[in-house]
Design a protein around this ligand. Structure first.
Ligand SMILES: Cc1cc2nc3c(=O)[nH]c(=O)nc-3n(C[C@H](O)[C@H](O)[C@H](O)COP(=O)(O)OP(=O)(O)OC[C@H]3O[C@@H](n4cnc5c(N)ncnc54)[C@H](O)[C@@H]3O)c2cc1C
Length: 457
């Protein structure tokens, strides 16, 4: 006997949009979160979201506009600073338009939307493990705060949207085609504080700042994201590769010492750590009666760490495929498979290509970056276009000019060329994502040599 059509574990941005979309289609949905109802949405985040993601949600599922009280400030662009702290690239365009918002209020708004759409919310409840019936997922075991005994709940489909922990994903049986673990080298750990700055007024609160420094924040960066003239979200992330330093330590020794406003009066609004998967999506995000959404599916942009928009996009695709599978009364892996190519097509291809680019960025030095910024070998427009399309394209005439500018760093330019080729190769492989589970092994075999080459590029 099943209790619900779908149980969604986790009420973050990915889970909430999955539940909302399914309920709107008339399915019975339970959404469970370990947090108290009024604390859902509290999360360590840079609190920035591109307007194009909001527009996409409106177009795909009729998501209402963000209420005004959620938005702290409108964003028009991003300044990316070289490690020397002097040279910077400004990225301003339609794709950098967006919002600095209040993450807690956003979470509360999304939960209210799901509730109004008919989703049952079970808060203060930890999802402990998946349940299986004849080897297939059939529900979840949960523990509600204050209850002595655990409870088993059954559904035709279970969605793991528990964020970076992938609570259910990592407890799948060995035989599942889904990857259970995310490699350390593909995880970022972060620390961030939000302050009111009564003594300091940010001149350009609509411009987010990203500071690149390979020695302090290898594979990551420091963000200074104003949320208005007197409020700022300051954080940093580092990849958990061998020898990494805990981000809080780097925050204390590097950020506190090097940003002059850190020495002015600061009123701390929040201070916390978090983690995010920084890689291509999980190779397959479905099993029998089971789907992954958001960070649990590694649907984060590997370059900028943005995962709110893509988790919502993943949630819509997952819900639409789940709904079709429920309608035809077949929730097998084969029936849910289409979620994979649909997500890959809409975002996964770009993620995979940016994952290749991430490996290149991991291997450049502060000197390389300073040089490239100073000589104009890299331009804001290039980075903007790479981050939008996942493709590195520089015209021939422009390439020649930059080659001249880059004399003295020819090996670096050659590496850039090699990486551009690898990015195109991976995009080709992802655009041929298998249409059934049978093709998965062969498809994965095509990825390995490209990623091996990317790690050395
Ligand atoms: C430091 C940092 C800064 C970031 N900045 C940005 C940014 O500025 N812009 C952006 O777009 N993205 C940003 N991201 C990424 C973004 O926050 C995530 O990609 C996004 O929130 C993913 O949504 P999700 O729904 O998958 O997971 P989450 O939002 O993490 O939601 C998961 C939910 O599951 C619940 N849960 C977990 N385990 C259980 C369990 N066992 N039982 C029940 N419930 C459970 C949690 O309480 C939570 O509510 C940042 C990430 C980090 C770490």
């Amino acid at each position: 006997m099943v209790d619900y059509d779908v149980i969604v574990a986790g009420a973050g941005t990915g889970g909430a949009i999955t539940a909302f979309t399914l309920a709107k289609k008339g399915h019975s949905v339970l959404m469970i979160d370990r947090k108290e109802r009024n604390r859902i949405g509290l999360k360590t985040c840079g609190d920035a979201l591109g307007d194009h993601h909001v527009k996409k949600m409106k177009e795909m599922i009729g998501l209402p506009d963000l209420p005004k009280d959620i938005v702290e400030h409108e964003v028009s662009g991003i300044d990316l600073y070289a490690p020397d702290g002097v040279n910077k690239l400004s990225m301003i365009g339609p794709s950098t338009k967006g919002y600095s918002f209040n993450r807690h209020k956003m979470g509360q708004w999304l939960v209210s939307l799901t509730e109004n759409a008919g989703v049952e919310i079970m808060a203060s409840t930890r999802v402990k493990r998946p349940l299986f019936d004849e080897g297939k997922v059939s529900g979840v075991r949960v523990s509600k705060e204050g209850d002595d005994a655990d409870k088993d709940l059954r559904a035709r489909i279970v969605v793991d949207a528990t964020g970076a922990t992938g609570m259910l994903r990592r407890q799948l049986p060995e035989s599942s085609l889904i990857e259970k673990t995310v490699a350390k080298e593909d995880q970022m750990v972060a620390w961030r504080d939000i302050y009111d700055t009564p003594e300091l007024e940010f001149d350009t609160p609509d411009i987010l700042q990203i500071h690149w420094n390979q020695e302090q924040t290898l594979g990551g960066y420091t963000c200074v994201f104003p949320q208005g003239p007197h409020r700022v979200n300051v954080g940093l992330g580092v990849m958990t590769i061998p020898g990494y330093t805990h981000p809080r330590k780097v925050y204390d020794s590097f950020v506190r010492e090097n940003w002059s406003f850190m020495k002015t009066k600061l009123v701390t609004i929040d201070s916390s750590g978090g983690t995010a998967p920084i890689r291509r999506p999980i190779d397959t995000m479905v099993d029998d009666n089971f789907m992954l959404v958001g960070d649990a599916a590694c649907q984060v942009n590997p370059i900028n760490g943005g995962g709110i928009g893509s988790s919502m996009l993943g949630g819509v695709h997952a819900a639409q495929v789940a709904s079709e599978a429920l309608e035809r009364n077949d929730t097998s892996m084969e029936s849910l498979w289409d979620y994979n190519p649909r997500y890959m097509e809409s975002y996964g291809i770009k993620q995979a290509s940016l994952d290749v680019f991430r490996w290149f960025l991991l291997n450049v030095t502060n000197n390389d970056i300073n040089f490239a910024f100073e000589k104009g070998i890299v331009k804001g427009i290039d980075l903007l276009s790479v981050s939008i399309t996942g493709k590195m394209e520089i015209g021939t005439g422009e390439k020649f000019k930059r080659l001249i500018a880059g004399i003295g760093k020819v090996p670096l330019l050659m590496r850039v060329n090699k990486v551009a080729k690898l990015m195109n190769q991976i995009k080709d492989v992802y655009s041929q994502y298998p249409t059934t589970p049978k093709g998965l092994a062969d498809w994965k075999a095509r990825l390995t040599p490209i990623y091996d080459a990317a790690k050395k590029a």
